[in-house]
Ligand binder design. Sequence first.
Ligand code: NAP
Length: 282
Amino acid sequence: MAMAVIIDGKKISQQIKDELKEKTAALRAKGKTGALAVIQVGEDPASSVYVRNKKNACAYIGIESLAYELPEETKEAELLKLIEELNQKTEVKGILVQLPLPAHICEDKIIQAIDPKKDVDGFHPQSVGAMTIGEKGFLSCTPAGIIQLLKRSGIEITGKHCVVIGRSNIVGKPMALLMLRENATVTITHSKTKDLPKICKQADILIVAMGKPQYIGAEYIKEGAVVIDVGIHRDENNKLCGDVKFEEASSIASAITPVPGGVGPMTIAMLMNNCVQSIEEG
Ligand code: NAP
């Protein structure tokens, strides 16, 4: 049986970061610089890893990062005050609040407090609205990274049937909208969808963002389909795995993303892309 091509997110994200490094140097030569403010509340270990990766990516590309590590018991009002200060600081071109936040802080309120011009995560309602109607604004990083993965792997999107599993605000919904913008025919599915395998089997491009470890197997995949696995989990041996049963899926798909090394590194590359865009515009 033919094995799927592995879509190498590590390599593609490295290419993007190298392009951005050059662009940042060129902007600096024209006097355009800026910093990314990264705010973490509490010490969730997974969040700490993400925050560290983001700081490292900034250092690689040549963007200054400002770290704000706040204690778990930080009050919502204090966090809002910090965001307001960062909104006012002209040298700060991007503000990122690492999610999830502790339960006593309302995430929506925090996201909405960020100046949309600095909303490099693309979560502010204004950014989401702009993306929806095709206006300029920051694109949500994980879905934008998946579009880049497909394009840079030479996978045609126009006219393809794309099935997205998941409708979250950070992955599923923006993913569906970006695939629509790229002229795919899009089906969005979720936990109340009836006969999920049958719908998924119609997909030329199947994008899985359901948050269920190794759930999607052969019965969901059409011969020759492209499978994009957004899920990130640790299995019983503490090894990283996705929402897709990788071995099984790769004997049916024509191309597939691995976990790790697929979608994950693209998310950070697109965050950097948004930061560079903000420096360029600001
Ligand atoms: P989420 O908010 O938990 O959303 C999961 C979605 O999947 C929901 O819309 C849910 O439907 C749907 N779903 C759950 N079980 C289902 C089922 N049995 N059949 C059909 N649909 C089902 O998760 P998320 O934030 O979108 O993240 C999804 C995964 O991607 C997680 O593993 C997360 O860790 C990972 N992730 C990775 C990156 C990256 O950079 N690689 C970035 C973000 C997230 P309902 O709406 O009906 O509940």
